[in-house]
Design a protein around this ligand. Structure first.
Ligand SMILES: Nc1nc2c(ncn2[C@@H]2O[C@H](COP(=O)(O)OP(=O)(O)O)[C@@H](O)[C@H]2O)c(=O)[nH]1
Ligand SMILES: [Mg+2]
Length: 131
């Protein structure tokens, strides 16, 4: 069995860190992602293929090139960067208008909850939708 998962979110949200954590890699020296990184992990008999796409503004128009044949979308939100949560919400709303993602399950990952400055996870949905 194989699943293709797409990690999206603004730059600096923590997508690469999250995927490295999941695959048990060292997360001390993470550099901003240029373009995209493909990461493959085995979990039991399940092969998970993650696409880790750069979230820099100039590269966001290319997100849609990865929407085909995706089994799940993980949208990573930087809960410390409160100023950009609205921007993160606007980008998410645009993505969700895509026909190709119509039946694709979405996980919103309220990241950086370890920080005392983080917006609590339960407040993230309303803030994301606040435009
Ligand atoms: N405090 C905290 N910092 C994090 C967390 N996840 C990522 N970061 C930091 O956020 C910055 C951006 O992470 P990165 O994975 O490169 O984000 P990406 O641009 O979405 O791939 C890095 O300095 C990470 O160390 C987290 O859960 N908590
Ligand atoms: Mg990255």
């Amino acid at each position: 069995m194989e699943a293709r998962l797409l990690a999206l979110g603004l730059d600096n949200a923590g997508k690469t860190t999250l995927l490295k954590c999941l695959s048990g890699e060292d997360i001390t020296n993470i550099v901003p992602t240029q373009g995209f990184v493909l990461k493959s992990m085995l979990r039991a008999d399940f092969k998970l293929i993650f696409w880790d796409i750069s979230g820099q503004r100039a590269l966001r128009p290319y997100w849609r090139n990865y929407f085909l044949r995706i089994d799940a979308l993980i949208y990573v939100v930087d809960c410390v960067d409160r100023r950009r949560i609205i921007e993160a919400g606007e980008e998410l709303m645009q993505i969700l208008e895509e026909e190709k993602l119509e039946k694709v399950p979405l996980l919103v990952f309220a990241n950086k909850q370890d920080s005392v400055f983080a917006l609590p996870a339960n407040e993230v949905p309303t803030r994301l939708l606040q435009q």
